[in-house]
Design a protein around this ligand. Sequence first.
Ligand code: NAP
Length: 417
Amino acid sequence: MDSRQSDNNVDMLDECNWCVQNVMHHFQDMMEKKRVEYFGNVRVGKDVSLDELRGLYHAVVLAYGAGGGKRLSVEGSGLKNIMSARDFVNWYNGHPSDAPVHVDMAGVKDVLICGLGNVALDCARVLLKKPEDMVGTDISTKPYDAIRQSPIERVRILARRGPAQAACTPKELRELLQLPHVETFVHPEGCLKLTESCKKEIASSRIHKRVVDVLTKSQQKDDDGRKQKELHVQFLSSPVKYVGSHGTVQGVIAERTELAPGRDGGPQRAIGTGEMEEFPCQLVIESVGYVAEPLEGAPFDPKTNTVPNVLGKVVDADDLYVCGWLKRGPSGIIGTNLVDAEQTVDTMVRHIDIWGSSQKPGRQGLMELLESRNHQPITYEAWKRIDEEEISRGQAAGKLREKLTSVEDMISIANNQ
Ligand code: NAP
């Protein structure tokens, strides 16, 4: 942010022109007036350093989120078709990743998803939806075709704790459980009858109570014939070993767990019972949360995986701010991030005078620096050409848009080549 040149200017740096795609139209007005400029295809830490940005602008806001997928440490996780939810989501979204993951849907009848947060529900929904329900979405063509042609019959979500501790939210859960062609099974039997400890634990949480209600309702079956696909929500179960054949996963051995009192009066935790059960699966998605990565030049707390800050101002830095998952950890919905960003902006407004009255090179300086490195950013005008191309390719395929999945293609279209 460059506060002293013809009012405030804000420049947004984005590594792959992809992350902001869905929200870019919200910035249209400011972009047209040039108060905000977009620099796509610019990776901080590679094409420009954080220290250089701090020299160019009065303030820098770190908003790069938590882009890494957490993994479980389970024996056998080197087998093919086992991945983090982040990799699976990037795959079906056509994210132009540096190291694209290979998902082989050809022989997949049973899918295992570890974790019961909203990301797990997103993955299950994409796998279980009928092909015709995906029309009108912007899922990429290749993954869409791979899922459509796969023989998927069953998705099993494994949660190490019970229904009262589920991390997902009721609206998202209901949307999945109401898919008309999918029958939902909740295991183990009787788990929806909450113990006194569970009732006490969720007494003040409407969200948790509603999640239990949604699960309970899903078990009141209306007898309208056999459904085509099955969703199994397996509570009190934790993977201990993946088993495979010819290098590809074929099943999981999971340990039954039980709830034990939480530490220091906190929520109940899962402990193993020693009782094992085995489930077939030819695809495993570990959906156990996201993790932020450190950036050279910014402080980072490896325990919380966040940038230490006070109300959004990074500690020991007068010109550095942070918002979103990088500020508070990977939790909350879009509304949570809005409130969080407002707090950081409020802090910045209170600090404007601390930034000093000297002129800074700002946008012009960044453009010159990138040019001196022969690195071409994708500006808003160039991004509009990519947007138009994606929409027109999408229309031809009967979809909202067909996302470009290679940065090279994006650059060549941005350059009108
Ligand atoms: P999450 O909500 O934190 O859920 C993580 C899940 O992984 C929990 O069920 C957790 O179980 C489990 N887990 C963690 N460590 C584990 C381990 N070692 N072994 C077994 N299970 C483990 O994470 P998320 O689903 O990635 O979502 C991240 C945030 O994005 C959430 O705030 C979510 O609401 C938000 N989001 C929102 C939407 C939406 O609003 N539509 C969509 C996607 C994501 P425990 O509870 O037992 O730890």
